[in-house]
Design a protein around this ligand. Structure first.
Ligand code: NAD
Length: 512
């Protein structure tokens, strides 16, 4: 298979830096004009700006939405078997070029190539689920609901939908949304994160190579101005969002006010309970993997270990020892296990949480700021903070970096109370060898995704993904079966074929 049609964007528009293009109706569109605003895209491992991305004006966005609307009827009329064939071809393109995509992710996000490959694999699950779109779009039929009357329900696409995605999974989260939206017959405008926008363009080109008609998958780059245009555009019927909680709430409110369907996933503070009967070596391995993988920039990262009884005294030395063995470096180095943070500001913000922890009464066991790095990359070491309590900044806020807090509690009930009192409710896990405790935890806990001896319980592609409380605004989860509900409207048709002799006038409300 040719690899020449999909390249890392290199078009030059202004200055000497490459400009990452929009992708509208099957073409790269390089922003031009004196009034275009640009964002800087960095290689976080070196700290150097590597490209720029032009932000779409409201006019540009509205024009792209109109073009998507004009293209959508052709796709809606395309037979389901042909749509499914596009998904099968897409699967082959992405899986055969996974490393190419992973390296694009690493170059702008900083995560290790191995981690980026994992992201691509999890995104592919959604493509695979959508190859079965013929099944997922099946309707329902009830025969003889009244004498000679049948009822059937079909699923129809919404038209044009928008997807707004965060920096931390520049391929996987777009694939969560875009695959199902397109499989269901919609046209899409994807507004990826302006920090690592190239993967989105790569995906759009891959869809085109898979046979998707032009205008069905469009990528429009931008910041708040572009997002606001999406939220106000009357052509766009639904908005899927993933990002931080304040923005998720804003998106949910403004899009809903404009009569759109919205699902807006927000931030997280994921707790992992370690019971006294747990295998503590396995729990330490899991805590370190889940807290520091991708430098903690995962919405399902574990950021709090809830140590029950005297578990902390045994667990902390094990976690500390493992932190000492972590290899932190450029994500393109196969030896690296953890890369840099996304920006210099993110690094300073994370350092601030560790710096402020002792004044609030917490104990910094491992200080990631002490880890020395060469060069100007946005690196920080892994931190471990003990004696953390609600009310401390390090506990209350989402850090989104490699900082693991330990909260000590007396027993199971206190652990559950702590988690259920938290405003975030994305993921959680219990580590125990007792099935009854695990079952009770599953029953008691007010969190959307739960792991039993699994620290990052991201549902596989045949289930749907979503947190509770401030981690999700809206009522449908993402990808999987719920996404087919989100991206379709159900239409119910009641049918009767009476004989002419059965015709009569009846002004009463129809009954059975
Ligand atoms: P972010 O909220 O800063 O940005 C997300 C998107 O919103 C981007 O496309 C950005 O351009 C846009 N945006 C930013 N500010 C805006 C504004 N004022 N008005 C309108 N649009 C705006 O999030 P991020 O830093 O890119 O990603 C990290 C956050 O995403 C974390 O909070 C993380 O927990 C969350 N996240 C959640 C999930 C989940 O499934 N719940 C998954 C991944 C990431």
């Amino acid at each position: 298979m040719s690899t020449s049609t999909i390249e890392t964007p290199t078009a030059e528009a202004s200055g000497t830096l490459p400009t990452i293009p929009h992708w509208v109706v099957g073409e790269r569109v390089t922003p031009s004009g004196d009034d275009v605003r640009f964002g800087a895209v960095f290689n976080p491992a070196t700290g150097a700006q590597t490209s720029q991305v032009g932000f779409a004006s409201a006019e540009f966005l509205h024009e792209a939405a109109r073009k998507a609307k004009a293209a959508q009827p052709v796709w809606r009329e395309t037979g389901l078997a042909k749509r499914s064939a596009v998904m099968f071809r897409l699967r082959e393109i992405i899986s055969s070029r996974a490393e190419e995509l992973a390296r694009i992710i690493t170059a702008e996000h900083g995560k290790t190539v191995a981690d980026a490959l994992g992201e691509v694999a999890r995104g592919l699950e959604n493509v695979e689920f959508c190859t079965g779109l013929m099944h997922h779009l099946k309707g329902e039929y009830s025969e003889q609901v009244a004498s000679g009357v049948d009822v059937h329900q079909v699923r129809q696409p919404l038209g044009v939908v928008a997807c707004i995605t965060p920096f931390n999974f520049p391929a996987m989260v777009p694939l969560w949304m875009v695959t199902t939206a397109i499989a269901a017959g919609n046209a899409v405008i994807l507004k990826p994160s302006e920090r690592d926008p190239s993967a989105a363009v790569w995906l759009a080109e891959a869809f085109r190579e898979a046979g998707l008609p032009d205008g069905i998958f469009n990528v429009v780059h931008g910041d708040k101005e572009t997002v606001d245009a999406i939220l106000d555009d009357p052509v766009i019927r639904a908005v899927s969002f993933v990002g931080s909680t304040p923005i998720a709430k804003y998106i949910y409110t403004r899009a809903a006010e404009n009569g759109k369907r919205v699902q807006a996933l927000g931030g997280a503070k994921n707790h992992m309970i370690v019971m006294p009967d747990a295998d503590l070596d396995a729990a330490a391995d899991a805590a370190v993997s889940a807290a520091y993988g991708s430098a903690g920039e995962r919405c399902m990262a574990v950021s709090v270990v809830v140590a029950v009884g005297d578990v902390a005294d045994q667990l902390i030395p094990k976690v500390t020892e493992r932190i000492g063995g972590l290899v932190i470096g450029d994500g393109t180095d196969p030896a690296s296990e953890m890369g840099p943070l996304i920006t210099r500001e993110a690094r300073e913000r994370v350092a601030g949480f560790v710096e402020g922890a002792p004044a609030e009464g917490a104990k910094v066991v491992v200080d990631g700021r002490d880890h020395a790095f060469e060069g100007d990359g946005f690196f920080i070491g892994a931190s471990l903070v003990d004696d953390v309590k609600p009310g401390m900044r390090v506990y209350d806020e989402e850090i989104f970096g490699p900082v693991l807090s330990v909260v000590r509690v007396a027993g199971y009930d206190e652990a559950v109370e702590l988690i259920n009192a938290n405003r975030y409710a994305n993921g959680t896990a219990v580590f125990t060898r007792d099935g009854k405790t695990a079952r009770q935890f599953e029953f008691d806990i007010e969190v959307g995704m739960v792991g039993v001896n699994v620290p990052i319980p991201v549902p596989v592609g045949s289930f749907s993904f979503g947190g509770w409380k401030d981690s999700l605004f809206g009522d449908t989860h993402m990808y999987g079966p719920e996404a087919f509900n989100f991206y379709t409207r159900r239409k119910v048709v009641t049918t009767r074929w009476p004989e002419p002799s059965e015709s009569q006038i009846s002004l009463g409300f129809p009954t059975h």
